[in-house]
Design a protein around this ligand. Structure first.
Ligand SMILES: [Zn+2]
Length: 293
């Protein structure tokens, strides 16, 4: 990671410190294996993946796009992030766990079919959704994205695929610029943009008005969360004002929904969150709630 870049290793160190606390001692934690890169083809064309891999430097840092850089370890890291998500889908489907949270970086929701961008190389939640469908025969997977940025990559991948419902709250205007209410895919994309300085009240309203009804109607067989914590009031990259209680609230609501439709099956994948205390506080609320399944 280039010096001063917000998407940095300290983010995961902050979560490691959090999970050392007494109340997480009962949390089952695992170190992931790398997955086979062929799973990436579930969401990205082979040619694009080859070009991406060819861009990984042998030393130093290579620029992938304006704010996305690759180091020699980037490819291996992305294989591990997706290995974790895929293994979690397997464990959830085998009923070894009710739910799982992937506390890894880099994030994935900005990665479009053929464009790596916004700190993202491949779309982890998208690959996990298609993996659940292909390997476990699930028909409908819903992805809920409460990262402060729009999940343009996830929308790009699924906008023609009615077997996946994508719902996103995000600040608008903000990077990457997409996510208007009018972007609806084949009726399977629900964008609920929030305005700068909005907080938990507006978030809850957007979820109640636009997202929960669509999820109920869709009746997902699995729920995947793009869990970003950069809507936190202290985050330096955006100007929403979520507090820990808001992350607790949405987690509880999504768990109720998953209980009604899919035996509580939830895979949650870390996306953004760049204020270390805000990130740790949000993840604390989210994972504490998930542990009460
Ligand atoms: Zn974000």
């Amino acid at each position: 990671v280039p010096q001063g870049h917000p998407e940095r290793p300290d983010r995961i160190r902050a979560l490691e410190t959090l999970f050392k606390e007494e109340r997480f001692h009962t949390l089952s934690r695992k170190t992931p294996e790398a997955c086979d890169a062929s799973w990436f083809k579930l969401c990205h064309p082979e040619q694009h993946l080859e070009a991406l891999q060819a861009n990984i430097p042998h030393s130093g840092i290579a620029v992938v796009d304006g704010d996305t850089s690759a180091s020699p370890k980037s490819w291996e890291t992305v294989l591990h992030v997706n290995g974790a998500a895929i293994a979690a889908v397997d464990e959830i489907m085998a009923q070894q766990v009710h739910n799982a949270f992937i506390a890894m970086r880099p994030p994935g929701h900005h990665a479009e079919k053929t464009t790596a961008m916004g700190f993202c190389f491949v779309n982890t939640v998208g690959i996990a959704a298609r993996y659940a469908q292909q390997s476990h025969g699930l028909e409908r997977v819903a992805i809920v994205d409460f990262d402060v940025h729009h999940g343009n990559g996830t929308q790009d991948i699924f906008q023609d695929d009615p077997s996946v419902l994508f719902c996103s709250t995000h600040q608008m205007p903000l990077y990457p610029g997409t996510g208007a209410k009018t972007e609806t895919g084949v009726g399977n994309i629900i964008n609920a943009p929030l305005s700068p300085n909005d907080g938990g009240e507006q978030f809850k309203e957007a979820m109640r008005d636009r997202v929960f009804g669509a999820l109920e109607e869709f009746r997902p067989d699995m729920l995947i969360i793009s869990a970003g914590f950069d809507a936190h009031k202290n985050d330096p990259l955006a100007s929403l004002n979520f507090v820990e209680e808001d992350f607790d609230w949405i987690t509880g609501k999504l768990m109720d929904l998953a209980d009604r439709h899919c035996e509580g099956r939830i895979l949650s994948v870390l996306e953004g969150g760049y204020d270390l205390e805000g990130l740790a506080g949000g993840v604390d609320a989210h994972v504490t709630r998930l542990m009460n399944a």
